[in-house]
Design a protein around this ligand. Structure first.
Ligand SMILES: [Zn+2]
Length: 283
């Protein structure tokens, strides 16, 4: 699953390549890509033809391209890619939707091997599409409110990692960057969210912001070559990961072998020495 840095890298590429360009036509090669668009594929295509792309915005892992007062909303799911390139290049079998532009320049293709991603047209959604209004601001947004998050965490009877992954509390944080941020501040993932001190929460969020920023500088993290920028290139932050995906390898701080534990049908990676398991943790 791409996380905030990978999606932000895509957003920057979309803005750089699409700003001010007018959509000529939209071709849907797989209707599943627009399954969230209730009025159907033809309506989706008609709503976007002739519209000018006014920007590229993001909240958490959602992206949207404002077109006048409306927007094209996208979620990459597990394996979605938004790729820009020569309109005459071959169409790969995983291309779900293709946007051609009036200027005849590079086109935009939504490819999605596992088809969990989706596109929709959001009427009146230029500022913030209604479908994602419930998603909390992410830690890199100016609207992010640390005091509000601290207060909400203090009321959560759950483990801190689970709370970090809850997109209604704070958006954009997934498995990889949650583990990395928790390692940086020496907190075990099962620590009770409502038992953390205010200073712990502030340090943890600062760590999330730092790890996001470092990942952005590295072009994101790529595990299976699916997370790529709009030009199809992957980042190299996985080389800098401290614990995620490093079970049995030495902790970069103390040398203890990194521990892998089952967590919500996935894994949590931590250092047994730097991040001692709480006596009464929460999952
Ligand atoms: Zn350690």
């Amino acid at each position: 699953m791409p996380e905030l840095p990978e999606v932000e890298i895509v957003r920057r590429g979309l803005r750089r390549h699409l700003l001010g360009r007018v959509v000529d036509s939209v071709e849907l090669l797989h209707p599943r890509a627009v399954r969230r668009h209730a009025a159907g594929a033809d309506d989706f295509a008609a709503a976007l033809a002739g519209r000018r792309i006014d920007g590229a915005l993001r909240r958490g892992k959602y992206l949207w391209l404002p077109v006048g007062e409306d927007a094209l909303l996208a979620h990459l799911g597990m394996s979605g890619q938004l790729l820009i390139g020569d309109p005459d290049r071959p169409v790969s079998p995983h291309v779900r939707a293709r946007f051609a532009f009036r200027d005849g320049g590079p086109d935009l293709r939504f490819t999605d091997q596992r088809t969990f991603g989706h596109l929709s047209f959001a009427p009146g959604g230029a500022v913030l599409p209604a479908a994602i209004a419930h998603i909390a601001p992410d830690p890199l947004e100016p609207a992010f409110d640390l005091a509000a998050l601290t207060a909400r965490l203090a009321a959560r009877r759950t483990g801190i990692k689970r709370a970090l992954l809850d997109q209604s509390l704070v958006s954009g944080v997934g498995n990889i960057y949650a583990d990395e941020a928790l390692w940086r501040v020496r907190l075990h993932w099962a620590r009770a969210a409502d038992g953390l001190r205010r200073g712990d929460v502030a340090r943890l969020i600062t760590a999330v912001q730092e790890v996001f920023t470092e990942a952005l500088d590295a072009g994101g993290t790529s595990f299976d070559s699916l997370y790529v920028n709009v030009n199809g290139q992957s980042g190299y932050f996985e080389r800098s990961l401290a614990v995620y995906g490093r079970a049995g390898q030495p902790c970069r701080r103390c040398g203890s072998p990194v521990r892998r534990e089952a967590f919500m049908n996935r894994s949590a990676f931590s250092c047994p020495k730097c991040q001692p398991r709480p006596r009464r943790g929460r999952w």
